[in-house]
Design a protein around this ligand. Structure first.
Ligand SMILES: *Cc1c(COP(=O)(O)O)cnc(C)c1O
Length: 368
């Protein structure tokens, strides 16, 4: 079976974990610090805070903005449930908005229409690694004193008009879970050029304790500490950072291979009249997954057809406004609902061979 996604891990990652074993300092420490410094360099961001998951990155970012009960966060419904659970965990109220049909990224005009006096945050999701139109979003949000917190779980390594995702909005949250662009096993990071927000977030990742700085980062314990704010157990351990540091060295290779696969898919599918490609600028994008729309109500049949021929596929995502737990926030989102019936995610991962790719393309061509 060809899987939909799969992490690439080599001997180097294993050896890096071995060194952390030998040091006997498994938790947050000097390797975490080195990972943060490398991320700062790669992104060109002023502050990077490493955490244990992308979901916690979103949660403590929103928490640091001090949402009051009833404060609203506008988010596309077409995202992983993590975005919405993070909003609820931080005490916010999710307001679901629609997406553009061609990119499946946040429909900025629809988001603006949903603004109220209670709107505190807009959370765009850079869907599939393609950055949303931040130039359309940011100036109006700033004018209204609304924070832009990006869910960039899919978009580590992507750029927008030559600027790295991570330096666009107010705060950017990344995920390094097993299937993301790079992995730490599990992991996440927050990037922001706003020093004040960074200082508020830092203690929140480790139980609100204020001295996670020099002593931990030299793998030592300092007996004195103060609890200065609400906080969680969300730090990134050395052992995960060690994996991440090795993955960063592979970033450009991962990106180029996945771009080449997407380009081949697009070329092969462009002339199939029952398929509709998404719009993307591949040059600036680290593609996270390969999604195409299947017209004429054939999506489910195509998924079965592929499965019977040893090819995995998926649907990303079931819109959150249709989920039972989020029923009280339900609205009508026509573009999202239609997309939900049409989208299919085809295999895309670094180790996919050209033979795998040809086989998938051939099977898709033989359908209908
Ligand atoms: C993966 C993902 C997250 C959460 O990241 P984790 O590291 O898995 O917690 C959030 N938002 C989106 C869109 C994701 O795909």
């Amino acid at each position: 079976m060809i899987p939909v996604q799969r992490p690439y891990l080599g001997q180097e990652e294993l050896e890096a974990i071995g060194k952390v074993f030998d040091s006997r300092w498994l938790g947050m420490g000097s390797v975490t610090r080195a990972f943060e410094e490398e991320l700062c360099k790669i992104l060109g961001a002023r502050n990077v805070i490493a955490v244990n998951t992308g979901t916690s990155a979103l949660h403590i970012t929103l928490d640091s903005l001090g949402l009051e009960p009833g404060d609203e966060v506008i988010v596309p419904s077409l995202t992983f449930a993590a975005s919405v659970q993070a909003i609820l965990a931080a005490g916010g109220r999710p307001v679901f908005c629609d997406v553009y049909a061609d990119t499946l990224n946040i429909d900025v005009q629809d988001a603006f229409r949903r603004m109220t006096a209670r709107t505190r945050v807009i959370m765009p999701v850079h869907y599939g690694g393609t950055p949303c139109d931040i130039n359309e979003l940011l100036p109006s949000a700033r004018e209204r004193h609304i924070w832009v917190v990006e869910d960039a779980a899919h978009a580590f390594g992507s750029s927008y008009n030559g600027r790295k995702v991570g330096t666009l909005g107010d705060v950017t949250c990344f995920s390094f879970d097993p299937i993301k662009n790079i992995t730490c096993g599990e992991g996440g990071a927050i990037a922001t050029d706003n020093d004040e927000i960074a200082q508020r977030i830092i203690p929140k990742r480790i139980l609100g304790i204020d001295n996670d700085t020099w002593s931990r980062f030299s793998n030592q314990r300092n007996w004195f500490y103060e609890v200065v704010t609400s906080g969680y157990r969300y730090h990134m351990p050395n052992i995960n950072a060690a994996i991440g540091l090795e993955q960063l060295k592979r970033l450009e290779k991962f990106k180029r291979r996945k771009q080449a696969i997407v380009q081949r898919y697009d070329e092969a599918f462009r002339n199939i009249e029952w398929l509709k490609l998404l719009k993307r600028d591949l040059k600036d994008t680290f593609p996270f997954f390969y999604i195409v729309r299947v017209l004429n109500n054939q999506r489910d049949n195509l998924m079965t057809f592929l499965r019977e021929r040893g090819i995995g596929s998926g649907v990303h995502y079931i819109p959150n406004h249709l989920q039972p737990h989020f029923a009280e926030f339900r609205v009508s989102l026509p573009v999202t609902e239609q997309a939900y019936n049409e989208i299919i995610t085809l295999p895309l991962y670094y180790e996919m061979t050209d033979a795998d790719l040809s086989a998938i393309i051939e099977v898709v061509h033989s359908f209908l």
